[in-house]
Design a binder for this molecule. Structure first.
Ligand code: NAP
Ligand code: GLV
Length: 310
């Protein structure tokens, strides 16, 4: 019985050491150099596993994502149908996302880019500054992360609304649900934050039509996935002044290619998928709890509905 750690672009040894501390009686292996016999593997802990690798473990009982998103697992056409996929529900990651979204909303609200531009020109000029209650923030995705961000912004005084698949009721937050209610939310969002999972329904959701429906001069913050955004439509919206600014943390191709127009665009603030990551020292106890539950045959929080895609 063993757990295999497969992660691209992350330090697998850090996760292995942290998980061994939590579960000293269990064998942990690291793919590919220390994978051992494939038939030993019961559970895979993964970030962006190469397509086809998970299908090589004949006794696999569960796949645990090292992130909140799971499209990096579900995109694998060889993923065995019957194996449950579990997304990470990590309060540390959630706090990091709340920090990131709050920081960017406040930066846009307080016109930080305009002040930096003025500084570069040695201009001393006070800009008109509305208060938070006159600024409407819309959040696409009211799940584990979106809801916490919405509540943090509500507590700062912003007018906050959120959009989800199923109806919700959250104190002090306007709630919208389903395809019919997407545009009523978008049309009133001075700042629109995307915290959706990437699914067949949400891919390319931020396109020319959606951007055109936002109030002129609005701002976008995308911390969901790059494939939510139609890049050419975003550039058009920025160049025409329909959008005044976009903060992008995630991209269709990561790392962002060196010659990509986003790098130099004056209307884009860019982060290298840095908004929120699970840390071994925090999240290994959560993963260990899930591993214990799976081995005991119990149900585990964060089970993904493969049909919905999240
Ligand atoms: P979650 O708890 O599963 O929440 C997803 C939310 O999206 C739910 O409110 C869900 O509605 C809504 N939703 C899904 N499909 C929809 C649709 N077609 N129409 C309307 N609403 C829809 O996920 P989470 O933990 O909050 O994470 C969200 C995403 O953030 C992840 O999937 C990942 O892509 C991204 N993320 C990014 C970073 C980063 O560093 N940039 C870090 C972590 C996560 P219901 O509530 O009705 O189901
Ligand atoms: C990071 O992007 C995650 O999905 O946790």
């Amino acid at each position: 019985m063993a757990v295999i750690i497969i992660c691209r672009g992350e330090d697998p040894e850090g996760w292995k050491a942290a998980l061994e501390t939590e579960l000293p009686d269990l064998k942990f292996r690291v793919w590919p150099h220390d994978a051992g016999p494939a038939e030993d593997i019961d559970i895979a802990v993964v970030w962006q596993p190469p397509p086809g690798v998970l299908a090589t473990f004949p006794r696999l009982r569960a796949v645990l994502s090292l992130g909140a998103g799971v499209e990096h697992v579900l995109d694998d056409p060889g993923l065995p149908h019957e194996v449950p996929v579990i997304r990470l529900i990590d309060p540390g990651l959630r706090s990091a996302m709340v920090e990131f979204v709050t920081m960017e909303v406040l930066r846009h609200h307080r016109q930080e880019s305009a002040y930096r531009l003025q500084q570069s020109r040695r201009e001393w000029n006070l800009l008109h500054q509305p208060l938070a209650p006159s600024r409407h923030v819309g959040i696409l995705g009211l799940g584990y992360l979106g809801r916490a961000c919405a509540e943090s912004l509500r507590n700062l005084g912003f007018r906050v609304s959120g959009w989800s698949a199923s109806p919700k009721s959250i104190e002090g937050i306007g709630t919208y649900a389903g395809d019919q209610e997407l545009f009523p939310l978008v049309e009133r969002s001075d700042i629109l934050v995307c915290l959706l999972p990437l699914t067949a329904e949400t891919e390319d959701i931020i396109d020319a039509t959606l951007l055109g429906a936002m109030p002129r001069g609005a701002t976008l913050i995308n911390a969901g996935r790059g494939r939510h955004v139609v890049e050419a439509d975003l550039l058009d919206a920025l160049d025409s002044g329909q959008l005044s600014h976009a903060t992008l943390d995630v991209f269709r191709e990561e790392p962002l290619p060196e010659d990509h127009p986003f790098w130099q665009h004056p209307g884009i603030t860019l982060f290298p998928h840095a908004a929120a990551w699970a840390l071994p020292e925090d999240a290994s106890s959560i993963l260990a709890g899930s591993i214990r539950q799976i081995l005991a045959g119990e149900s585990v929080p964060g089970g993904v509905d493969r049909r919905r895609g999240y």
